[in-house]
Design a protein around this ligand. Structure first.
Ligand code: GLP
Length: 254
């Protein structure tokens, strides 16, 4: 079915079917759930949808806006709207120290990364403090957009002292695998999770609407010796992740 067929009013618009924007919204929802408008399909501009449906642009906007808010349609600045790729929610335990690669492998999902930055840098004051660096130490920075099953899930920016990861090019697909090879895999971590609304640049990378809810996660992980090995700041898509923690009653003290 072409977009023209989907939108042609004789195929769905009826005088008794309720408000016109609701009818158009349902029509689009249906076409998305039935696969007539598969993920990645570009949506014609509002003006063209108005022409095809014989509705006003205001009515078209009222129909499309809730679908954008629900995440079924993604509006990209400059390049129009497309049908979103649905994400399967990932449930992530908060008590196991695992890597992204391991977490996704356990779910049978193929991982992929796009490099945003990989190199040796002078540390920022925050890195000096968090990693416990000396004034002349440098840091390896490894920043990636992380995808699972082709869907971007998170942006992760990791900093590691060059004393523990001398060459960031050693990181191919997994940071923890590279650290493991060097005998520097973390054994313990502290993680802080907070809510954040995604800014334009992060939203574009994660292929979601600017301003939607995301999860900001900072992980500081440690070697057995107690030394900090990793300081990672991540932004996860709020619609793709559920973090799960197991809680137990404190044991009674005798
Ligand atoms: C998780 C953590 C990061 C860690 C990463 C390592 O996603 N939030 O702090 O750096 O795993 O993953 P990988 O070994 O796949 O690069």
């Amino acid at each position: 079915m072409t977009i023209q067929d989907i939108l042609a009013p004789e195929n769905w618009l009826s005088a008794s079917g309720g408000p016109r924007y609701v009818q158009l919204r349902r029509r689009l929802e249906r076409a998305i759930s039935d696969g007539d408008l598969p993920p990645g399909t570009p949506l014609p501009p509002e003006r063209e949808i108005a022409n095809m449906t014989t509705l006003s642009r205001v009515t078209v906007r009222k129909a499309v806006q809730p679908l954008v808010a629900e995440g079924l349609i993604v509006q990209r600045r400059g390049s129009g709207s497309v049908i979103a790729t649905p994400v399967t929610k990932v449930e992530q335990s908060l008590s196991r120290l695992t890597s992204f690669t391991e977490d996704m492998a356990r779910r049978g999902m193929a991982v992929d990364s796009t490099w945003l930055e990989r190199g040796v840098f002078m540390p920022s004051p925050e890195e000096v403090m968090t990693l416990g660096l000396a004034s002349d130490d440098s840091v390896s920075r490894v920043s990636r957009l992380r995808l699972a099953g082709g869907v971007p899930l998170a942006i992760e920016r990791a900093s590691i002292s060059t004393r523990l990861l001398p060459n960031p090019l050693m990181v191919e697909s997994s940071l923890y695998e590279a650290l493991d090879k060097l005998g520097n895999r973390p054994v313990r971590a502290v993680q802080r999770i907070s809510a954040a609304n995604l800014n334009g640049a992060d939203a574009a990378l994660l292929e979601v609407e600017e301003g939607i809810a995301g999860l900001k996660i900072a992980r500081i992980s440690y070697l057995d010796s107690g030394k900090v090995v990793e300081f990672t700041q991540s932004i996860y898509r709020g619609d793709a992740y559920d973090f799960v923690a197991e809680l137990q009653l404190p044991r009674n003290k005798t």
